[in-house]
Design a protein around this ligand. Structure first.
Ligand code: GAL
Length: 823
């Protein structure tokens, strides 16, 4: 009896605790309302599998310090259910631990279940087995698809509920998302697509999560789904339903990178401008996509052709360092916006258009008012008279006046420091300058030489259907019997293979004859090569390698990958041609690499296969390389420089670093010669850099992959390269610069390391950018360098006011301070 009494008491207590802790998330047509408070929320996307569990606390702390209220993540179906009904939530896939880390930092979470996510993630997050289910049709009213989608969505919701992680249960999750940008592509799905969206809405609602559901880019989102905006700018966005508040789920902070593409860069000024405009125009929730992009480890990158780095030029870089000035400039914006939460959500709104792309917005309540002044002109600066005061408004900028008088922030005036990160050599004790390698060939005896496969068919099969995403690699092998008088034997013969991407290596009778891969932006190509064919039996072996399965577009899931029909042998006879189509021959298929099957990438490789230290081959394709190294000292992020290698896959201590391809040079013509101008609408082609350089030379090695003592690096080199230049390095801040107008307090920091020197400092109108500042005529004659040496050198950070009092009189019209400090 006593037992039952205490059980009953426990139930009652937990019921009350539960009630007390529950957070009520509602909304009206203007704001998200959390526990009765109308909110201005700033959020940022961090995808848990694109970093490591060990990195999460630090990333989330830096997000909080950067002024975020919320962390948004997708849920990655193909990672969690790699085989139907076999689930994986371990290690970096521990979604619950990730959400709890957000909770521990006191932030809210937004759970974008999808489960289609796009996200430059392999196949948009769909498991490839789903494509291979009989009768399935994706993202439409199809029972097979809907059953699987519901199964996974319910599984996630139940897991999260069991841990009380929805706000309605006292947890941090304030919003949940179903589907993703279906509205952008739904036309071709016709009526089935419309019914599907209604079904998604009903299904999501039936799960009873107790927080609002969102659907992004879904203009016809059924009630009570809230449709939200994605894009570089969303100030003009209006949700379809008057009771939906204005929310922005993806403000793209930069862009993703493709093999062969240049380095994306979105300026801090323009990003801040887009955010300020959004809140000027009545936004209540804005999310940075990405706040931390991270790394596509393993085979997770989508595509095709998405790089291993997913840095995204986000406020936190791939390794978790603040990307300055972006991180700091936005932090200041967030502080100002938060200080105006009440007026923004309750004030009467007066918009005034002053012509010439200048507009003002006044939010007024009885107690106080807040104002925005904005100049949307992409070239002309303006002076705006507002409330009797003149305000200088640079082109393409917004000024924020929390009290409608003092300018607390202008999106084009950057006070945050610029940090220049550098790669430093690995100084671990006893670490030799160059690594010592052993190697072994990939065993192609059974495939290229003998043509033996595990599956057979009299046609060419889509790589997705055959490989089921177990590997990037699939062998297609067939035999041709030729009489000795066949023109293919007696004359000149070529092998012609149509390929849908991404990479093809061809062998004839065990001999390698050549490779081809797609050009940046176009995946389909025809491989054509002269071959020597024998009378009697000939073996054609084609090794196809995918580089991330397509993740976006209407019916993208149906895109065929790998070798296509026809595969032909062409005999050239005089001016004529005789074509032999091999497509309906008997083909043998073999999935994957022999070295992977033998776990060559593992530190203690279980197989008896021998590695050789002799005559290390260079430019040899299909080659495995192995070396050992010591972990760099300290805590700075670690990268491995793979310059000199072709294309392949890298592992450290058995952990995949992802695909590498440093030999793929970024399009030489993609970069403009003109300096990057923050003014005017941003696009992913604007301000890109590093054309003509390897698309990705450095690969992130998370600290948690490393151990004390000996570490192992294994490379599978597919094209042929030279590993002798491979090096481990750390990424550290090299210099910190300030280039800011007078009147503000600024801070200079070497991120936990002391400032060692002031290279340049001048007050007046110094010209140039960080690394190349120069004085002009009107500068102050006071020695700014020694003023700052006293103030900053030897300290990890210092802060000071930019004023004539401190730096002396300068005779320039507009006065700025430029500083370059060495860390
Ligand atoms: C959006 C999509 C995101 C991501 C983004 C580009 O369309 O919703 O998942 O792919 O584009 O980075």
């Amino acid at each position: 009896m006593e037992f039952f009494k205490s059980l009953f008491a426990a139930i009652i207590i937990s019921f009350f605790l539960f009630q007390v802790n529950a957070t009520n998330v509602t909304h009206d047509g203007r704001s998200l309302i959390i526990d009765g408070v109308h909110r201005v929320l700033i959020s940022g996307s961090i995808h848990y599998p694109r970093s490591t569990a060990q990195m999460w606390p630090d990333l989330i702390r830096k997000a909080k310090e950067g002024g975020l209220d919320t962390i948004e993540t997708y849920v990655f179906w193909n990672a969690h259910e790699p085989i139907r009904r076999q689930y994986d939530f371990s290690g970096n896939l521990d979604l619950i631990r990730f959400i709890k880390t957000i909770q521990d930092e006191g932030l809210y979470a937004v759970l974008r279940i999808g489960p289609y996510v796009c996200a430059e993630w392999n196949y948009g997050g769909f498991p490839v087995w789903l494509h291979n289910l009989p009768g399935v049709s994706f993202r439409t009213k199809n029972d097979v698809f809907m059953n699987e989608m519901q199964n996974f969505t319910t599984l996630i919701v139940d897991m999260v509920k069991n841990e009380n992680l929805f706000a309605s249960q006292g947890g941090p999750i304030i919003l949940a998302q179903i589907e993703n940008e279906f509205g952008n592509v739904m036309g071709p799905y016709g009526a089935g697509g419309k019914e599907y969206i209604q079904w998604c809405s009903n299904m999501a609602e039936s799960l009873g999560v107790g927080v609002p559901w969102i659907m992004c880019q879904q203009q016809d989102a059924p009630k009570p789904m809230i449709n939200t905006c994605n894009g570089f700018y969303c100030d003009e966005f209006k949700p379809n339903n008057p009771s939906s508040p204005k929310m922005w789920t993806e403000n793209w902070t930069g862009w993703f990178k493709s093999w062969g593409g240049a380095d994306p860069y979105r300026t801090a000024e323009d990003l801040a401008y887009s955010v300020a405009r959004f809140y000027q125009k009545g936004g209540t929730f804005q999310n940075y996509y990405m706040y931390h992009g991270g790394t596509n480890f393993g085979r997770t990158s989508g595509g095709p052709y998405i790089t291993t780095t997913y840095d995204y030029n986000a406020p936190l870089d791939e390794y978790g360092n603040p990307n300055q000035p972006k991180w700091g400039h936005l932090k200041q914006l967030h502080d100002v916006l938060h200080s105006m939460e009440y007026t923004l959500t309750h004030g009467d709104v007066t918009n005034t258009d002053l012509g010439n792309s200048i507009s003002t917005t006044l939010y007024s309540t009885k107690e106080k008012s807040s104002c925005f002044l904005s100049n949307a002109h992409n070239q002309t600066d303006a002076v705006v008279k507002f409330g009797g005061i003149d305000y200088y408004l640079p082109a393409w900028s917004v000024s924020i006046l929390p009290d409608c008088k003092d300018e607390a922030y202008n999106t084009a005036k950057v006070y945050a420091q610029t940090s220049v990160l550098v790669k430093k050599p690995n100084k671990a004790e006893d670490e030799p300058n160059s690594l010592e390698w052993v190697w072994r060939p990939e065993n192609i005896e059974r495939t290229a030489v003998q043509g033996k496969g595990d599956h057979h068919a009299n046609r060419i099969i889509d790589q997705k259907a055959m490989a089921n995403d177990a590997s990037d690699y699939l062998w297609y092998m067939t035999r041709v019997e030729l009489p000795k008088d066949d023109p293919l034997v007696t004359g000149k013969a070529t092998l012609r293979v149509t390929d849908s991407g991404h990479v093809l290596h061809a062998y004839v009778n065990g001999e390698y004859i050549g490779s081809q891969w797609a050009q940046y932006g176009s995946q389909k190509y025809v491989f054509e090569k002269e071959v020597k064919l024998n009378p009697g039996k000939n073996l054609i072996s084609l090794l196809s390698a995918t580089v991330g399965l397509q993740n976006y577009g209407p019916m993208f899931d149906l895109n065929v990958t790998g070798v296509l029909s026809p595969v032909e042998l062409v005999a050239h006879k005089g001016n004529g041609k005789v074509v032999k189509d091999l497509s309906s021959h008997k083909w043998s298929y073999k999935v994957g690499l022999d070295g992977v099957a033998n776990k060559l990438y593992e530190t203690d490789c279980p197989s008896k296969l021998k590695w050789s230290a002799d005559s290390l081959p260079v430019d040899r394709n299909m080659t495995w390389y192995k070396t050992t190294f010591k972990a760099p000292l300290g805590n700075a992020p670690v990268v491995v420089d793979l310059l000199g290698l072709g294309k392949g896959h890298a592992w450290v201590n058995g952990h995949s670093l992802g695909r590498y391809w440093p030999s793929y040079i970024a399009d030489e013509h993609a970069c403009q010669t003109a300096a990057c101008d923050y003014r005017g609408a941003y696009s992913d082609k604007k301000c890109v850099s590093k054309c003509g350089e390897p698309t990705q030379r450095w690969y992130h090695v998370p600290r948690s992959f490393l151990k004390d003592g000996e570490n192992t690096l294994v490379l599978f080199e597919e094209f042929g390269g030279n590993p002798s230049g491979v090096q481990f390095q750390t990424v550290e801040i090299g210099t910190a610069c300030i280039n800011a107008h007078e009147g503000k307090k600024v801070a200079l920091s070497c991120h936990n390391r002391p400032i060692s020197r002031i290279n340049f400092a001048s007050f007046g109108d110094p010209q140039g950018v960080c690394g190349s500042f120069k004085k002009t005529e009107c500068e102050s004659t006071e020695d700014a360098v020694s003023i700052l040496e006293k103030e900053c050198v030897g300290k990890e950070s210092c802060s000071f006011e930019i004023s004539e009092d401190k730096f002396g009189k300068a005779y320039c019209a507009v006065k700025r301070l430029a500083v370059e400090a060495v860390c």
